[in-house]
Structure formats: structure tokens, C-alpha cells
Design a protein around this ligand. Structure first.
Ligand code: CP
Ligand code: NVA
Length: 308
């Protein structure tokens, strides 16, 4: 049995298998074919943080695969009143077939997986957002012209950046990260990514100059400057991130046909300007839709490993 906690747990071949499955299921879904790969299965979805895309895509996804999703907000279950994660897990994983969790600490999801009788999927932690990055990769291969794209990430060294690092390091593409001083990526995660990059040939670079990162890029991406749980730091962060907005001047440094990705929710006038956002909205909202397709690929892949 396999869990989906971080991209570094998988080989390049395994990640590409999931993407291929997602592409196949996306084509079938677009043709309105019923794809009951997980008929009568239940997906437990535990949310300790807010969500629009993750909730709707997982719940719709499992339904389209012939199963059912259970939305379990920590406000409504005993977890929110102090029942330990490992007890919640040992109860829920005896009743459902797969679990998706959105929580704070990566160590919590790891502990959950250790006790779980069923595959566990990371729906975002403070450290990683792996299902989003698989989706971004699917979107990138659908839209980016270059088969070996240069990706520039401008903004906070957060869960999205860490997962971009894992993806690039595994698949072997070039990723340039520009963060303000004091908002760099976690050092341990950077070391792990650089280590993985040695065998994949990925080129990873880090700096504090967004213009330099974006120069000649095929894909430009960013994320909110204030992640969930950082609301108290908002005022300081908005000051510290000044100059990091992706506006048309910044985009003009990228290739002429560069695409812009954003995992959403986006804050216009902060990390991205209204005009750049709207100019790239077809890609951005396909990226959002691809959450549905990519996660179906991941769930079906995990399900197929259960009998190995
Ligand atoms: N991108 C993303 O995970 O969105 P939600 O927070 O709405 O789930
Ligand atoms: N970095 C953001 C991603 C939201 C999808 C957060 O953790 O809030």
C-alpha cells in the first residue's frame, strides 16, 4: 500500500504513470464516459484548513469514479475538540477506503499514514501541496510550448515552492526560485531537492531577484504572500514582498509565449496584477479544473497498488 504525502516518495516513472492515468481519465470524462475505477469506495476528506478547489475536486472526483466522498471538517468532528489525530485515523481508516487530509504539520499527516489501514493523500500541509503540483505539471504539458520548460517561481518560499522543488528535482527540469530575503525555502527541503537533482539533471537556482528568475522563462508562477495560518503576519509580509508582484512589466522578461500559473486563490494587486491574471485566465482556470482530473489519476493509481 502506498500513501501520497510528498512527491519525493515516488520515482519519476511513478509520477509520470499517474499523469498518464489522469490524462486518460480526463479524455474519458470529457466524452462523458462513466469511469467506475473506484466503484462503491469511500474517500474520507479531513479538512483542518479552508478549501474550495481541493474539496470540490476530490468530492466530485471520487463520485465520478463511482464512489462517494465524506467531507469531514475539523470544526465538526471530535478532532477539533482534541481527539488525537492517530485515534481519529484508526477509526476513520477502518471505515473508508482512502483518506485525504488538509492540515498544518507535515509530521501530523505522516503520523496519520503510519496508523492508517488505507492510502492517505496530502491535500496540503504547511510544508507541501503535492496534488497541486502534479496538477500544475499536467497543465504545463498541456499548454507550455517547450517540452523542457524553464519555470520561474516568484514569491514566498512556502508549501507551493517546496513542492515545485520536489517536482523539478524528480522530473529534471529547470526551476528558478526568487524570494524576498527572510522568506527563503526551508533549508532541509532545499538540501533534499538539490540532492535529488543530482540524479535527475534538474537545474535548481535560488535568489532574491524576481526579474533575473523570470528572464527567458517558459512558465512563470507565484502564490499568495500570506498562506493559511499566517494571517497575523499579513501587514509585515505585504511590506516585505513589495517588488514581487507579477505584472506585465515582470512578465515582459519571460518568453513571449510564456504561460502564467497560479494555484489559486489569487490576490490581485498583491502577488499578481489584474491584467496578467486575466490575460492568462484560460490557463489558470484549466489548472483549477485539472485538480479534478489529476487527483482521479492519483486515487486510481494508489488504489491499484493496494493489491500489489
Ligand atoms: N489551490 C488550492 O488548493 O485551493 P483550495 O485552497 O481552494 O483548495
Ligand atoms: N500557500 C497557500 C496555498 C493555498 C492553496 C496556503 O498554504 O495557504
Amino acid at each position: 500500500m502506498r500513501h501520497f504525502l510528498t512527491l519525493s516518495d515516488f520515482s519519476k516513472e511513478e509520477l509520470l504513470e499517474m499523469v498518464e492515468l489522469a490524462r486518460k481519465i480526463k479524455t474519458q470524462t470529457k466524452k462523458r464516459e462513466f469511469v467506475p475505477y473506484m466503484e462503491h469506495q469511500t474517500l474520507g476528506m479531513i479538512f483542518e484548513k479552508s478549501s474550495t478547489r481541493t474539496r470540490v475536486s476530490f468530492e466530485t472526483g471520487i463520485y465520478q469514479l463511482g464512489g462517494i466522498g465524506l467531507f469531514l471538517s475539523s470544526n465538526d468532528i471530535q478532532l477539533g475538540r482534541g481527539e488525537p489525530m492517530k485515534d481519529t485515523d484508526r477509526v476513520i481508516s477502518r471505515m473508508v477506503d482512502m483518506v485525504m487530509i488538509r492540515t498544518f504539520k507535515q509530521s501530523d499527516i505522516e503520523e496519520f499514514a503510519e496508523y492508517s489501514k488505507v492510502p492517505v493523500i496530502n491535500g496540503l500541509t504547511d510544508d507541501f501541496h503535492p496534488v497541486q503540483l502534479m496538477t500544475d505539471y499536467l497543465t504545463m504539458i498541456e499548454f507550455a510550448k517547450d517540452k523542457d520548460p524553464i519555470v520561474a517561481y516568484v514569491g514566498d518560499g512556502n508549501n507551493m515552492t517546496h513542492s515545485w522543488l520536489m517536482l523539478a528535482a524528480k522530473l529534471g527540469f529547470e526551476l528558478r526560485v526568487a524570494t524576498p530575503k527572510g522568506y527563503e525555502c526551508d533549508e532541509e527541503i532545499v538540501t533534499q531537492a538539490l540532492d535529488m537533482a543530482k540524479s535527475s539533471g534538474a537545474k535548481l537556482s535560488f535568489g532574491n531577484d524576481p526579474k533575473e528568475a523570470v528572464a527567458g522563462a517558459d512558465v512563470v508562477t507565484t502564490d499568495t504572500w500570506v498562506s493559511m495560518g499566517q494571517e497575523d503576519e499579513k501587514k509585515q509580509r505585504l511590506e516585505d514582498f513589495s517588488g514581487y508582484i507579477i505584472d506585465s512589466t515582470m512578465m515582459s522578461n519571460a518568453k513571449d509565449d510564456a504561460i502564467f500559473l497560479h494555484c489559486l486563490p489569487a490576490y490581485r494587486g498583491l502577488e499578481v496584477s489584474e491584467d496578467v491574471f486575466e490575460a492568462h485566465s484560460e490557463v489558470i482556470f484549466t489548472e483549477a479544473e485539472n485538480r479534478l482530473h489529476m487527483q482521479k489519476g492519483i486515487m486510481v493509481w494508489l488504489d491499484s497498488k493496494r493489491n500489489d
